[in-house]
Design a protein around this ligand. Structure first.
Ligand code: ADP
Ligand code: MG
Ligand code: MG
Length: 255
């Protein structure tokens, strides 16, 4: 069992206007086997939390801690975080010229496991996972992220999740830009990883739609850089009906 603990996290970002505080005291504990949804309106700091866990250099932790099984995540490089069992989908958001999906996945797997997977089982695993995600086998020979559609990026993300077998995955707006069929396929992938690898999931989303397919055990509402309410799945149902307006100051309701 693994546990990711975020304690009283304060994060700032550098902008032209100076240093802006974004996260102002986030505390959250995610264990393997659990699914936590973080929900909140645009600009509430959800992606900032994801980027901070991922080690994005733009986001500066001014106080608070993130640990994985007691180890200081904030002291780890991005690669070390992946090797420790964290899956951060936005870790490789860029095009990687000349690197095919299949080579990228094998390199990532080798880096994370500390040894190359055996060719025979690996090829079989990749084929099976691509089939599960209903991906065209030709996709494996494309260059990473080069001309990927929104849906292809998400499937590639979940393909990595299935093959790299992390302990805890942070999925930021995995539902955005997916039609219902793609959303179902992607959600099934996450649910398979949950069932097969006892994955812990931190699912970040503005909308409740994806929660119909990936069922959260816990729901946290983030407003203005902190978690203002926590509950079970029923909290998501309530947000579906009522939106975020009751958390926001008068005049700042969402359109
Ligand atoms: P969410 O994912 O909930 O929509 P974000 O974490 O993306 O929220 O953004 C939270 C706030 O931090 C917003 O006001 C946003 O403008 C600001 N912010 C986030 N990242 C940056 C950045 N790289 N540069 C400047 N401002 C940022
Ligand atoms: Mg946003
Ligand atoms: Mg965001």
């Amino acid at each position: 069992m693994s546990v990711l603990e975020i304690h009283d996290l304060h994060v700032t970002v550098e902008t032209d206007a100076g240093t802006t505080p974004i996260l102002t005291g986030v505390t959250l504990t995610i264990r393997t086997g659990q699914t936590h949804a973080i929900m909140g309106p645009n600009g509430s700091g959800k992606s900032t939390l994801a980027y901070t866990i991922a080690g994005h250099p733009k986001y500066k932790v001014t106080s608070g801690t993130i640990t994985l099984d007691g180890e200081d995540v904030l002291a780890m490089t991005v690669d070390e975080r992946a090797r420790a069992g964290l899956f951060l989908a936005m870790q490789y958001p860029v095009e990687i010229p000349g690197v095919t999906v299949t080579n990228f996945l094998r390199t990532a797997k080798t880096a994370i496991d500390g040894e190359a997977p055996s060719i025979r089982t690996w090829t079989k695993d990749v084929k099976q996972s691509m089939k599960n995600l209903r991906m065209d086998p030709k996709f494996a020979q494309r260059n990473v992220n080069e001309g990927f559609s929104g849906g292809e990026k998400k499937r590639h993300e979940i393909l990595q999740l299935e093959l790299l077998k992390p302990r805890i995955a942070v999925l930021d707006e995995t539902d955005s830009g997916l039609d219902v069929d793609a959303l179902k396929i992607v959600s099934e992938g996450v649910n398979r990883a949950k069932a097969e690898n006892d994955l812990g999931v931190l699912l970040i989303t503005h909308y409740t739609r994806i929660l119909r397919y990936i069922h959260p055990d816990y729901v946290h509402v983030m407003i203005g850089g902190r978690i203002v309410q926590e509950g079970g799945p029923e909290l998501a149902d309530r947000l579906e009906d009522e939106g975020y307006d009751r958390y926001l100051p008068v005049g700042e309701e969402e359109p």
